[in-house]
Design a protein around this ligand. Sequence first.
Ligand code: HEC
Length: 396
Amino acid sequence: MPVELPCDVQAILTENCQTCHGATPQFGAPMPLRTHADLVAASKTEANRKVYELVAERVASLSSPMPPVPKARLDAVQVASLKAWADQGAPKGECSTATTSADAGTIKTATCQAAIDVVPSSKWTMPQNTTDQYVCYGVDIARAQKEHIVGIYPKLDNTKIVHHMILFQGSTPYAETPTPCKSAASVDWRMVGAWAPGTQAIELPAEAGFPLEETSHFIVQVHYSNLGRLSGEVDGSGFAFCSTTQLRKYDADVFAFGTTQIQIPARATRDLSCNYTVPQGMSGLHLFAALPHMHQLGKSIQTTLVPKGTAESVDLGTQQTWSFDTQVWFPLNAAIHEGDTVTTRCVWENSTSQAVRFGERTSDEMCYSFTMYYPRVTAPLWTWALPSSDVKCEQK
Ligand code: HEC
């Protein structure tokens, strides 16, 4: 197929866009961006606009940029050349060599010997006329003998429609068959993994593993995007754990910084900052990954550590532009000590006519920074939610 694009435009699209907007669009992208014909076609979501107009708009957008978070934005020169070309009405160009698109090779799949699949018992069928759907299913894993999970990998099946996935651990089993999710996240669920296009697998530090003992209950939430209204697409995506019976030195675990003291008045913005003082029982913990989590009204979330007696702050996971659809994990390498302060700041914009509080429904809100750490705290009354319940909050 002739490409017929100016060479600068073609180079930008090949390098930054075609992993998703390729000949067969991936991860919910609605259209290819390969040839002049692709770019002058009508948009699938806004029929009266051309694809190239939306291209110029989305690469410059702050609220919904292309490529999407966590990928890096285009630089100013690239944004300007796409805009200049669109302003001229997207003329044909001379670049005709069809380059092969950069492959989606950044996504690792489980190469482990002992891989445990966390996938649905049957596949989900995406309705043709549904463009957006959150689907949940549960997987129980039982072990007679203790093992350590040392890696968490995405296991992608139908990449045309899978947009992003979240892995939770709960205290009770969840239905095995994929069905539309009842809630955004139960208040009882801890986030233990997340995947969005372009993110890596989670690999644990060499001295730690997540314990698998007796029965563990996992819940996978998959966001499907079908803006192209493809018919008959089925999917069984999930995660895979790399596990070992050769136990590592420490049990790893997950707790949450943040707060449940959330009250956002109707049609208002809330900028909430909550401080947690690290108690003696958590002194010396190593933090190795963070998974910030809010719902649909979230604008940004940031967690910082200020070690006692210092003024310097350490980033413990920041999403400056929050989007429910691109929840990702951040690798960390930090330690916390008694008396340190951890601050989680969440900003929401409530455009609805209802006041919004903390809760599990999609219309409720959350402000958690799930944090992976070791060695596991085993104090009697300890729960993963403790660091987020014992906080002092103030509004900015
Ligand atoms: C990681 C995958 C991914 C990458 C990389 C990516 N996109 Fe997208 N794109 C999507 C998805 C998913 C959608 C549909 C959801 C949305 O509109 O946000 C989309 C939608 C769009 C739309 C809106 C189309 C319409 O008709 O509504 C435009 C325009 C676009 N992308 C342009 C680009 C450009 C230009 C690049 C590169 C500079 C790019 N995208 C890179 C995944 C991606």
